[in-house]
Design a protein around this ligand. Structure first.
Ligand SMILES: NC(=O)c1ccc[n+]([C@@H]2O[C@H](COP(=O)([O-])OP(=O)(O)OC[C@H]3O[C@@H](n4cnc5c(N)ncnc54)[C@H](O)[C@@H]3O)[C@@H](O)[C@H]2O)c1
Length: 277
């Protein structure tokens, strides 16, 4: 707690998808270590309720209605955050949605909506905030939410897994571009294992197989960490300067080993079966 407190206390965190789940856990943790928090979400009633709860005499929390898939909405978020707080120490591109079903049975508009949030949302966040962070010359942190699914393949989840692989590639290239310009910005990829959130209960499912998987994964997440535990783990690794951040580091290591082995042997795609246990 003291390490993260020293690094982040007094700074401002902007978190997308902050009204629920992992984003909410990160917002609660950020406020608990003395950060001001900007809660960006499409769900304004929940974001405003949380902002009211997290605002104290020492820290400010504010909700900003944001659709991360819309570049102008995310630009408005950045403007609002800088106008209110003057600088941003931590940006978390967290908002994401799920969809399950056979590749060709997931409607094309659901595919596009998912990619525009899960990938487009991260891209829009980087576009709106990085120039401001670089111009400030101050130390800053950018966290992009991928998944252990970004290191694996699996049936019936093609839009989601495609998006999480893309977020990893986006984050790795961003890391290198930030190094190229020598900005004091730490870029990290977060690859959560199971965290108890609403992501599957609210997910769209196509066909019977898609619905069965959605229910299976909803039960699987029910055995995971609480969002608060996930947030504590993420902040601890962030403070140590990690690029690869897992909510359960041993799960991340297992998926990385599986992915490396699969690529080394150039074997055809195969699911990481331990995940379904
Ligand atoms: N829960 C897990 O086990 C898990 C595992 C791996 C990765 N993740 C990733 O973590 C992130 C958060 O997921 P979660 O499980 O907390 O989900 P969640 O459904 O509990 O929360 C997602 C939040 O994002 C918001 N949101 C959705 N669309 C938005 C948009 N267009 N603009 C702004 N906000 C929007 C929702 O209103 C909600 O508050 C996602 O990127 C997800 O892929 C979660």
């Amino acid at each position: 707690m003291t390490i993260t407190h020293d690094k982040f206390s007094g700074g401002t965190a902007v978190i997308t998808g902050a009204a629920s789940g992992i984003g909410e856990g990160l917002a609660r943790h950020a406020a608990s270590i003395g950060m001001n928090v900007v809660l960006a979400d499409i769900d304004m009633p929940r974001a405003e309720q949380l902002a009211a709860e997290l605002s104290t005499a020492a820290t400010e929390a504010t909700a900003v209605q944001t659709d991360v898939s819309d570049p102008s909405s995310v630009e408005g978020l950045a403007r609002a955050a800088y106008e209110r707080f003057g600088s941003v120490r931590l940006l978390v591109n967290n908002a994401g949605i799920e969809a399950s079903g056979l590749f060709w049975e997931v409607p094309i508009d659901r595919w596009q909506r998912l990619l525009s949030i899960n990938v487009g949302g991260v891209l829009n966040g980087v576009h709106a905030f990085l120039p401001r962070m670089i111009a400030s010359g101050e130390e800053a942190y950018v966290l992009n939410l991928s998944s252990i699914g970004g290191l694996s393949a699996g049936a019936l989840q093609s839009p989601y897994l495609t998006s999480k692989h893309a977020v990893l590639a986006l984050t790795e290239t961003l890391y290198l571009d930030v190094k190229t310009v020598g900005a004091p910005i730490q870029v990290s990829a977060v690859l959560p294992g199971a965290v108890r959130t609403q992501i599957y209960s609210g997910a769209s499912a196509s066909g019977l197989a898609g619905e069965a998987l959605r229910e299976q994964l909803d039960r699987y997440l029910g055995q995971g960490l609480t969002p608060e535990q996930a947030a504590e783990s993420i902040f601890a690794q962030l403070a140590k300067g990690a690029f690869w951040i897992g909510t359960q580091p041993e799960v991340l290591e297992a998926f990385a080993a599986y992915h490396a082995d699969h690529l080394t042997k150039l074997t055809p795609p195969a699911p990481f079966v331990a995940v379904a246990k």
